[in-house]
Design a protein around this ligand. Structure first.
Ligand SMILES: C[S@@+](CC[C@H](N)C(=O)[O-])C[C@H]1O[C@@H](n2cnc3c(N)ncnc32)[C@H](O)[C@@H]1O
Length: 274
Protein backbone atom coordinates (compact mmCIF):
# COMPACT_ATOMS: atom_id res chain seq x y z
CA UNK A 1 0.00 0.00 0.00
CA UNK A 2 1.37 3.40 -0.87
CA UNK A 3 1.27 6.16 1.73
CA UNK A 4 -1.15 8.05 -0.54
CA UNK A 5 -3.67 5.14 -0.39
CA UNK A 6 -3.41 4.71 3.37
CA UNK A 7 -6.33 5.79 5.58
CA UNK A 8 -5.80 8.93 7.69
CA UNK A 9 -6.97 9.23 11.27
CA UNK A 10 -7.94 12.51 12.93
CA UNK A 11 -5.94 13.17 16.09
CA UNK A 12 -9.19 14.45 17.69
CA UNK A 13 -10.77 10.96 17.24
CA UNK A 14 -7.68 9.23 18.66
CA UNK A 15 -7.69 11.63 21.65
CA UNK A 16 -11.41 11.07 22.25
CA UNK A 17 -11.03 7.30 22.37
CA UNK A 18 -7.83 7.26 24.44
CA UNK A 19 -9.45 6.96 27.93
CA UNK A 20 -11.80 4.17 26.76
CA UNK A 21 -8.86 2.38 25.13
CA UNK A 22 -6.80 2.72 28.31
CA UNK A 23 -9.63 1.26 30.40
CA UNK A 24 -10.14 -1.61 27.95
CA UNK A 25 -6.61 -2.96 27.35
CA UNK A 26 -5.81 -6.20 29.16
CA UNK A 27 -3.26 -5.43 31.90
CA UNK A 28 -2.80 -9.16 32.56
CA UNK A 29 -0.89 -9.47 29.29
CA UNK A 30 1.53 -6.75 30.43
CA UNK A 31 2.24 -8.83 33.53
CA UNK A 32 3.34 -11.67 31.25
CA UNK A 33 5.88 -9.64 29.31
CA UNK A 34 9.49 -10.71 29.77
CA UNK A 35 11.49 -8.45 32.12
CA UNK A 36 14.14 -6.56 30.17
CA UNK A 37 16.32 -3.94 31.94
CA UNK A 38 16.79 -1.61 28.95
CA UNK A 39 13.77 -1.92 26.73
CA UNK A 40 13.44 -0.82 23.13
CA UNK A 41 9.78 -0.77 22.15
CA UNK A 42 8.56 -0.34 18.58
CA UNK A 43 4.96 0.93 18.47
CA UNK A 44 3.65 0.25 14.98
CA UNK A 45 0.77 2.44 13.76
CA UNK A 46 1.36 4.59 16.85
CA UNK A 47 -0.99 7.45 15.92
CA UNK A 48 -0.63 10.13 18.59
CA UNK A 49 1.06 7.69 20.99
CA UNK A 50 -1.88 6.43 23.06
CA UNK A 51 -0.37 2.95 23.48
CA UNK A 52 2.96 4.33 24.72
CA UNK A 53 1.25 6.65 27.22
CA UNK A 54 -0.64 3.63 28.58
CA UNK A 55 2.19 1.08 28.57
CA UNK A 56 5.28 3.11 29.54
CA UNK A 57 4.27 3.60 33.22
CA UNK A 58 3.32 -0.07 33.49
CA UNK A 59 6.67 -1.32 32.17
CA UNK A 60 8.94 0.74 34.39
CA UNK A 61 12.72 0.81 33.91
CA UNK A 62 14.64 2.46 31.10
CA UNK A 63 12.72 2.55 27.85
CA UNK A 64 13.43 3.74 24.35
CA UNK A 65 10.27 4.07 22.26
CA UNK A 66 10.35 3.99 18.46
CA UNK A 67 7.04 5.39 17.25
CA UNK A 68 6.23 4.32 13.70
CA UNK A 69 3.39 5.54 11.53
CA UNK A 70 2.95 6.66 7.93
CA UNK A 71 1.28 9.88 9.07
CA UNK A 72 3.85 12.59 9.78
CA UNK A 73 1.33 14.85 11.56
CA UNK A 74 0.38 12.11 14.03
CA UNK A 75 4.06 11.35 14.62
CA UNK A 76 4.62 14.99 15.63
CA UNK A 77 1.86 14.65 18.25
CA UNK A 78 3.27 11.32 19.43
CA UNK A 79 6.79 12.68 19.94
CA UNK A 80 5.60 15.83 21.73
CA UNK A 81 3.23 13.93 24.02
CA UNK A 82 5.93 11.60 25.31
CA UNK A 83 8.17 14.44 26.51
CA UNK A 84 8.17 14.46 30.29
CA UNK A 85 6.51 11.04 30.71
CA UNK A 86 9.56 9.87 32.63
CA UNK A 87 13.25 10.62 32.96
CA UNK A 88 14.09 7.09 31.86
CA UNK A 89 12.09 7.32 28.63
CA UNK A 90 13.48 8.38 25.29
CA UNK A 91 11.57 8.59 22.02
CA UNK A 92 12.28 8.59 18.32
CA UNK A 93 9.81 8.67 15.43
CA UNK A 94 9.96 6.66 12.23
CA UNK A 95 7.75 7.55 9.30
CA UNK A 96 7.02 4.51 7.19
CA UNK A 97 4.76 1.65 6.21
CA UNK A 98 4.52 -0.91 8.99
CA UNK A 99 3.44 -3.63 6.54
CA UNK A 100 6.98 -3.70 5.17
CA UNK A 101 8.51 -4.63 8.54
CA UNK A 102 11.27 -7.27 8.46
CA UNK A 103 13.28 -9.11 11.12
CA UNK A 104 16.22 -6.78 10.35
CA UNK A 105 14.06 -3.79 11.39
CA UNK A 106 13.59 -5.46 14.77
CA UNK A 107 17.29 -5.78 15.47
CA UNK A 108 17.72 -4.45 19.03
CA UNK A 109 13.96 -4.17 19.60
CA UNK A 110 12.73 -5.97 22.74
CA UNK A 111 8.97 -5.55 22.21
CA UNK A 112 6.63 -4.71 19.33
CA UNK A 113 3.35 -3.04 20.27
CA UNK A 114 0.25 -1.98 18.38
CA UNK A 115 -3.19 -0.72 19.27
CA UNK A 116 -6.27 -0.53 17.05
CA UNK A 117 -4.21 -1.48 14.02
CA UNK A 118 -4.62 -5.12 13.01
CA UNK A 119 -7.98 -4.73 11.25
CA UNK A 120 -6.18 -2.54 8.69
CA UNK A 121 -3.85 -5.38 7.65
CA UNK A 122 -4.49 -8.07 5.07
CA UNK A 123 -3.48 -11.73 5.32
CA UNK A 124 -0.07 -11.15 3.72
CA UNK A 125 0.67 -8.24 6.07
CA UNK A 126 -0.24 -10.44 9.06
CA UNK A 127 2.15 -13.12 7.81
CA UNK A 128 4.98 -10.61 7.34
CA UNK A 129 4.45 -9.14 10.83
CA UNK A 130 4.50 -12.60 12.42
CA UNK A 131 7.53 -13.59 10.34
CA UNK A 132 9.49 -10.49 11.40
CA UNK A 133 8.72 -11.01 15.11
CA UNK A 134 9.33 -14.76 15.14
CA UNK A 135 12.54 -14.60 13.07
CA UNK A 136 13.96 -11.87 15.35
CA UNK A 137 12.61 -13.49 18.56
CA UNK A 138 10.64 -10.35 19.45
CA UNK A 139 7.40 -10.61 21.49
CA UNK A 140 4.42 -8.57 20.34
CA UNK A 141 1.64 -6.98 22.39
CA UNK A 142 -1.13 -6.23 19.89
CA UNK A 143 -4.10 -4.59 21.56
CA UNK A 144 -7.64 -3.50 20.74
CA UNK A 145 -8.39 -5.33 17.51
CA UNK A 146 -12.07 -4.92 16.65
CA UNK A 147 -13.87 -8.21 17.21
CA UNK A 148 -16.96 -7.48 15.11
CA UNK A 149 -19.54 -7.10 17.85
CA UNK A 150 -21.17 -3.99 19.24
CA UNK A 151 -24.07 -4.24 21.70
CA UNK A 152 -26.34 -1.25 22.22
CA UNK A 153 -28.77 -0.96 25.13
CA UNK A 154 -31.69 -0.45 24.68
CA UNK A 155 -31.52 -2.82 21.71
CA UNK A 156 -33.18 -2.03 18.36
CA UNK A 157 -33.92 -4.29 15.35
CA UNK A 158 -31.48 -2.37 13.13
CA UNK A 159 -28.51 -3.00 15.48
CA UNK A 160 -27.74 -6.44 14.03
CA UNK A 161 -27.90 -5.49 10.32
CA UNK A 162 -25.75 -2.39 11.00
CA UNK A 163 -23.23 -4.50 12.90
CA UNK A 164 -22.97 -6.97 9.99
CA UNK A 165 -22.76 -4.18 7.43
CA UNK A 166 -20.02 -2.42 9.43
CA UNK A 167 -18.01 -5.65 9.56
CA UNK A 168 -18.47 -6.01 5.83
CA UNK A 169 -17.20 -2.45 5.36
CA UNK A 170 -14.11 -3.11 7.50
CA UNK A 171 -13.08 -6.03 5.31
CA UNK A 172 -13.13 -4.12 2.04
CA UNK A 173 -12.37 -0.50 2.49
CA UNK A 174 -9.05 -0.16 0.64
CA UNK A 175 -9.05 -0.58 -3.13
CA UNK A 176 -7.67 -3.90 -4.28
CA UNK A 177 -6.99 -5.28 -0.79
CA UNK A 178 -9.22 -7.41 1.39
CA UNK A 179 -8.56 -6.20 4.89
CA UNK A 180 -8.80 -8.53 7.87
CA UNK A 181 -11.34 -6.33 9.63
CA UNK A 182 -13.01 -8.15 12.51
CA UNK A 183 -11.11 -11.37 11.65
CA UNK A 184 -7.81 -9.65 12.43
CA UNK A 185 -7.11 -11.03 15.90
CA UNK A 186 -7.79 -14.63 14.80
CA UNK A 187 -5.79 -14.24 11.59
CA UNK A 188 -2.79 -12.62 13.27
CA UNK A 189 -2.88 -15.18 16.10
CA UNK A 190 -2.89 -17.97 13.49
CA UNK A 191 0.01 -16.36 11.60
CA UNK A 192 2.12 -16.32 14.78
CA UNK A 193 1.07 -19.82 15.89
CA UNK A 194 1.89 -21.32 12.49
CA UNK A 195 5.41 -19.96 12.93
CA UNK A 196 5.85 -21.58 16.34
CA UNK A 197 4.92 -18.63 18.59
CA UNK A 198 2.74 -18.92 21.68
CA UNK A 199 -0.27 -16.62 21.53
CA UNK A 200 -2.60 -15.56 24.31
CA UNK A 201 -5.82 -13.73 23.44
CA UNK A 202 -7.86 -11.75 25.97
CA UNK A 203 -11.08 -9.75 25.39
CA UNK A 204 -10.71 -5.97 25.79
CA UNK A 205 -14.07 -4.26 25.75
CA UNK A 206 -15.12 -0.66 25.48
CA UNK A 207 -17.93 -0.26 28.03
CA UNK A 208 -19.44 3.11 27.22
CA UNK A 209 -22.24 4.84 29.09
CA UNK A 210 -23.33 8.23 30.29
CA UNK A 211 -19.71 9.20 31.10
CA UNK A 212 -18.76 8.76 27.43
CA UNK A 213 -21.48 10.74 25.62
CA UNK A 214 -19.12 12.46 23.18
CA UNK A 215 -17.25 9.24 22.35
CA UNK A 216 -20.50 7.32 21.86
CA UNK A 217 -21.83 10.04 19.54
CA UNK A 218 -18.64 10.13 17.44
CA UNK A 219 -18.42 6.33 17.36
CA UNK A 220 -22.11 6.10 16.33
CA UNK A 221 -21.67 8.57 13.47
CA UNK A 222 -18.68 6.61 12.13
CA UNK A 223 -20.27 3.18 12.68
CA UNK A 224 -23.60 4.06 11.06
CA UNK A 225 -22.05 6.00 8.17
CA UNK A 226 -19.62 3.17 7.37
CA UNK A 227 -22.33 0.51 7.69
CA UNK A 228 -24.76 2.44 5.51
CA UNK A 229 -22.31 2.27 2.58
CA UNK A 230 -23.03 -1.48 2.57
CA UNK A 231 -26.81 -1.28 2.88
CA UNK A 232 -27.76 -0.01 -0.57
CA UNK A 233 -29.04 3.29 -1.80
CA UNK A 234 -32.76 2.63 -1.41
CA UNK A 235 -34.48 5.84 -0.22
CA UNK A 236 -36.60 4.01 2.37
CA UNK A 237 -33.53 2.27 3.84
CA UNK A 238 -31.60 5.56 3.90
CA UNK A 239 -34.50 7.22 5.72
CA UNK A 240 -34.66 4.38 8.26
CA UNK A 241 -30.91 4.67 8.91
CA UNK A 242 -31.10 8.48 9.26
CA UNK A 243 -33.90 8.09 11.80
CA UNK A 244 -31.95 5.40 13.65
CA UNK A 245 -28.90 7.65 13.93
CA UNK A 246 -31.00 10.62 15.05
CA UNK A 247 -32.67 8.50 17.75
CA UNK A 248 -29.43 6.93 18.94
CA UNK A 249 -27.64 10.31 19.14
CA UNK A 250 -30.53 11.71 21.21
CA UNK A 251 -30.30 8.71 23.57
CA UNK A 252 -26.53 9.20 23.88
CA UNK A 253 -26.96 12.90 24.57
CA UNK A 254 -29.50 12.09 27.31
CA UNK A 255 -27.14 9.50 28.84
CA UNK A 256 -29.68 6.77 28.07
CA UNK A 257 -27.55 4.64 25.74
CA UNK A 258 -24.88 2.13 26.67
CA UNK A 259 -22.57 0.62 24.09
CA UNK A 260 -20.22 -2.33 24.47
CA UNK A 261 -17.70 -2.65 21.65
CA UNK A 262 -15.78 -5.92 21.63
CA UNK A 263 -12.04 -6.00 20.96
CA UNK A 264 -9.27 -8.54 21.46
CA UNK A 265 -5.76 -8.10 22.83
CA UNK A 266 -3.01 -10.52 21.81
CA UNK A 267 0.35 -11.34 23.33
CA UNK A 268 2.52 -13.33 20.91
CA UNK A 269 5.74 -14.85 22.18
CA UNK A 270 8.15 -16.40 19.68
CA UNK A 271 9.32 -19.94 20.34
CA UNK A 272 12.74 -18.72 21.37
CA UNK A 273 12.06 -15.44 23.17
CA UNK A 274 14.80 -12.95 23.93
C1 LIG B 1 -6.87 3.46 14.45
S1 LIG B 1 -5.38 4.30 14.43
C2 LIG B 1 -4.65 3.81 16.01
C3 LIG B 1 -3.55 4.71 16.46
C4 LIG B 1 -2.94 4.38 17.82
N1 LIG B 1 -2.27 3.10 17.79
C5 LIG B 1 -3.99 4.43 18.90
O1 LIG B 1 -4.29 3.39 19.49
O2 LIG B 1 -4.51 5.53 19.17
C6 LIG B 1 -4.38 3.38 13.28
C7 LIG B 1 -3.02 4.01 13.05
O3 LIG B 1 -2.24 3.17 12.20
C8 LIG B 1 -1.62 3.97 11.21
N2 LIG B 1 -1.43 3.07 10.05
C9 LIG B 1 -2.38 2.37 9.41
N3 LIG B 1 -1.83 1.62 8.44
C10 LIG B 1 -0.49 1.88 8.48
C11 LIG B 1 0.61 1.41 7.71
N4 LIG B 1 0.45 0.52 6.73
N5 LIG B 1 1.85 1.88 8.01
C12 LIG B 1 2.01 2.79 9.01
N6 LIG B 1 1.01 3.25 9.77
C13 LIG B 1 -0.23 2.81 9.50
C14 LIG B 1 -2.57 5.12 10.98
O4 LIG B 1 -1.92 6.26 10.44
C15 LIG B 1 -3.09 5.38 12.39
O5 LIG B 1 -2.26 6.26 13.10
Amino acid sequence: MSVAEAPRYASSWLDLREPADAAARATELVDELPTVPDQVILDIGCGTGSMARWLAPRLGGRQHWIMQDHDADLLDFAAASMIGTGAAITVETRQGDITALTAADLDGVSLVTASALLDLLDTDDAGRLAEACVESGTPALLTLSVAGRAELTPAEPLDGPLNSAFNDHLRHHVAGRTLLGADAADAVAAAFTERGATVKAVPSLWRLGSDHRELIAEWLRGWVTAASTRLGRDAAVEHEIDEYLRRRLAQAEAGELTVTVHHTDLLARPGDPR
